[in-house]
Ligand binder design. Sequence first.
Ligand code: C5P
Length: 232
Amino acid sequence: MAKDVIVACDFAGAEQTFAFLDSFTEEKPFVKIGMELFYAEGPGIVREIKARGHRIFLDLKLHDIPNTVKKAMSVLSALDVDICNLHAAGTKAMMQAALEGLTRPDGSRPLLIAVTQLTSTDQESMENDLLIHAPIDEVVMHYAKTAREAGLDGVVCSPLEAGKVHEACGGGFLTVTPGVRFADGDKGDQKRVTTPGEARLLGSDYIVVGRPITAAADPVAAYRRCVKEFLG
Ligand code: C5P
């Protein structure tokens, strides 16, 4: 798939989501559906957004025993999403099982990407809470390589890590990167941010952008600006 902007539809329910999507009369943005919206509305919202012609990244971050993840992925695969994800911390065996579950009888499947370490985890919490003592950058790269070995298609990471991930895992290994802000925008709770143009230069394959678009006075204009800056 070609590089693109994915809009994080972090809305509480279907009404707000469709009001937002209805404002796009010319383009069909690639949409990210997260836990909040999925748990509020159920799989019906995925089918409905798909039926409207949007591509979908279903961001549910699965993490369980391999057999459970395999079966859950099989259900998500039937929803015909384009990208789904899991935690690399679930181990290589879990990632391989997930891929098996995702693969349809005809051999097709959604792309599968891994979360390495959440950006809310820092060195201190990783050491104290998880008893992982390697430097966090090394842990992130190790998880990315393990995901690659398991056969996954890419990782969620910061645009600032995209180059290193491509070096370690190959240029075709996807980097899907949140933490993007316009140069003149509000950072909100994101700490290490880049602009869409910087993310392009750093090699991000997909940028995930939420509030700079969804909370803009003119979301369609903000989306177009983002696409223009990222795709050049
Ligand atoms: O509104 P904002 O642009 O910050 O939204 C970014 C989206 O990417 C949110 O849906 C957030 O949950 C998600 N995300 C993130 N950082 C990660 C993984 C996912 O911001 N490491």
